[in-house]
Design a protein around this ligand. Structure first.
Ligand SMILES: [Zn+2]
Length: 564
């Protein structure tokens, strides 16, 4: 292994275990994170790619009450389902943990106690709405009433969905508990608040000065606007019976707020992995040379760029993220993806309709990844990108070349003694596309990277079209050998460099052309590393055309959904 090896701790936002995963999650977070992790592994770095289910919080407590099952049954169901989807789509985590695991409770409490001992919390008494029927305090979301602005009578304690006003629960007229429908009372409670305000200058300097040009503009911009409105102390505990219990002044009935403990889940998931793999977890979180990268959606920027770094700084001796390449949102057919309205493409349903076509979705989602602004997924675009790019360019090139090698040389890869200048130029073009892919991936420009990958197949097709080996098979057999050897080398590049983006196809293609142990570095001496004793056997189709009726079915399914 080369000695420029670096260490990467790569995290992907913990999905909330109260529902399945849809394409928006995949495009915004998990595919970019997976591509980056695979790329760093393939280029010989020491990588740990961490995630897990976020299993606490009031939404889970409430959803389980509504379904008349225990919170444990609810999280077990969705944890399993989410994990299965990730496995099926080739999201290759080193550890996919859960925040209900013991290691996470212990790690979070250690964090809480450390900050408590350093006097970084203030104890604040306040009056909050309390549901006497259910014997519990109510989160703002679980109080409804009449909006003081527009008189809509089903406004929530935090927001009126009709006029869009931001509210606080005491502004609502006729407040009601959405759990029991009873009228809540105001009751005094005590909570710890983390002193974020004391670290405002540290964050301002670290992000808006030190990292200003290294981080994405949308990320730095959002951090700036949070800082401009001033950081305030934020409650780290709440009154709830589901979560990580803590005592305040000896009082029970409190748990850690989910926003406080969920990011600690990255650390506990790493500790769990390290134990199972005989590694030292501190190398991945405390070594200043380690690159910590958080992959998230834009709704999580404040937690990963402001609050969690402050927590790490408060605890001391943890590293801070090197980058947080947050993405914007992916819309679906022009509308915002919505779980409650079922306006989404669910991963488990996609695979029923398009079995074994994970890579097609991976390819389309990365090509339309909402990197700098919100982007739109449409089924028509999905079909076009499959039919004209994956089938028409990538599949067409590999299939033509391998068929000609089978036809002319019975599957044996030609290895003529002579070289041709045109071929050298073409191979240099491919080499420079490889460098471009690497550069783009290092800068989190996934769309441009995948475009360069497809350009390799474009270069190959163009070379075939210009040299037309089938026309000179009899008149210049040596030239034909050169052309097909060059084409085979281009396929070698294509198959190896495809792995981060479309891993299933990459594996299939590499097997088919005899590259079982061919690594990313071996491309640097590609000609010497090719095994010319290998014989290509059966050529499998890598992609298939998607018909109009399949797309119509998907569009009808969306429009026919009864929740619209
Ligand atoms: Zn209103």
């Amino acid at each position: 292994m080369p000695n420029n090896k670096e260490t990467f701790t790569i995290t992907a936002a913990l999905p909330y275990a109260n529902g399945p995963i849809h394409i928006g999650h995949l495009a915004g977070v998990y595919i970019p994170a997976d591509i980056f992790s695979r790329f760093k592994r393939l280029t010989n770095n020491d990588v740990v790619f961490i995630c897990g289910s976020d299993e606490h919080g009031v939404a889970i407590s409430l959803a389980s009450k509504k379904a008349s099952i225990s919170p444990n049954e609810l999280i077990d169901k969705y944890h399993k389902m989410i994990k299965k989807s990730f496995d099926e789509f080739g999201i290759l985590f080193d550890n996919y943990s859960r925040t209900s695991n013991k290691v996470h409770h212990e790690t979070s409490l250690k964090f809480f106690k450390n900050l408590e001992e350093k006097n970084l919390f203030s104890l604040i008494k306040s009056e909050q709405f309390f549901d006497e029927d259910e014997n519990q305090f109510l989160a703002d979301r679980y109080i409804s009433g009449t909006c003081p602005i527009c008189s809509f009578d089903e406004a929530y304690g935090d927001q009126c969905e009709k006029c869009g006003s931001t509210l606080s629960p005491d502004e609502l007229k006729n407040p009601k508990s959405t759990i029991s429908n009873s009228t809540p009372i105001l009751k005094e409670t005590k909570h710890y608040y983390i002193k974020l305000d004391e670290f405002e200058d540290f964050i301002r300097n670290w992000i808006t000065v030190e990292n200003k040009d290294k981080w994405k503009i949308n990320v730095v911009g959002q951090v700036k606007s949070w800082l401009d409105s001033g950081l305030k102390p934020r409650a780290v505990t709440r009154d709830l019976d589901w979560g990580i219990p803590v005592k305040i002044d000896g009082e029970d009935g409190k748990v850690l707020y989910v926003w406080f403990e969920a990011p600690i889940g990255y650390i506990s998931s790493t500790i769990e992995w390290a134990k199972e793999n005989d590694k030292d977890w501190e190398q991945y979180w405390k070594n200043p040379n380690t690159n910590l990268i958080h992959f998230i959606g834009k709704d999580n920027i404040v937690f990963h760029c402001i609050i969690f770094p402050i927590m790490l700084k408060m605890f001391g001796d943890f590293i801070l993220p090197k980058n947080v390449p947050a993405n914007e949102f992916l819309n679906l057919e022009g509308n915002k993806i919505s779980t409650s309205r079922n306006w989404a493409v669910w991963l488990h349903e996609y695979l029923i309709d398009f079995p074994n076509m994970q890579d097609v979705l991976r390819y389309v989602l990365i090509s339309t990844c909402p990197e700098t602004k919100d982007n739109d997924f449409t089924w028509k675009d999905f079909q076009t990108r499959n039919n004209s790019e994956l089938v028409g360019i990538y599949g067409n090139f590999t299939n033509r070349v391998l068929s000609l090698i089978n036809k002319y040389y019975y599957g044996k890869i030609p290895n003529p003694n002579s070289k041709n200048n045109i071929d050298e130029l073409v191979l240099n073009e491919v080499k420079s596309l490889k460098s471009k892919i690497e550069l783009c991936l290092n800068e989190f420009k996934f769309r441009e990277a995948v475009k360069s990958l497809m350009n390799i197949a474009r270069v190959g097709n163009k070379h075939l079209a210009e040299t037309e080996p089938w026309k000179i098979k009899e008149s210049d057999p040596e030239r034909v050998e050169q052309i097909l050897q060059t084409s085979y080398i281009i396929i070698t590049y294509l198959s190896v460099l495809s792995e981060p983006f479309i891993p299933f196809t990459s594996n299939k293609l590499m097997k088919m052309i005899g590259l079982n142990d061919f690594s990313w570095d071996m491309l640097d001496n590609v000609s010497e590393n090719i095994d010319y004793s290998f014989k290509i056997d059966k050529i499998e189709m890598l992609f298939r055309k998607i018909e109009d009726f399949e797309i119509d079915l998907q569009i009808n399914k969306l429009n026919g959904n009864p929740n619209l």
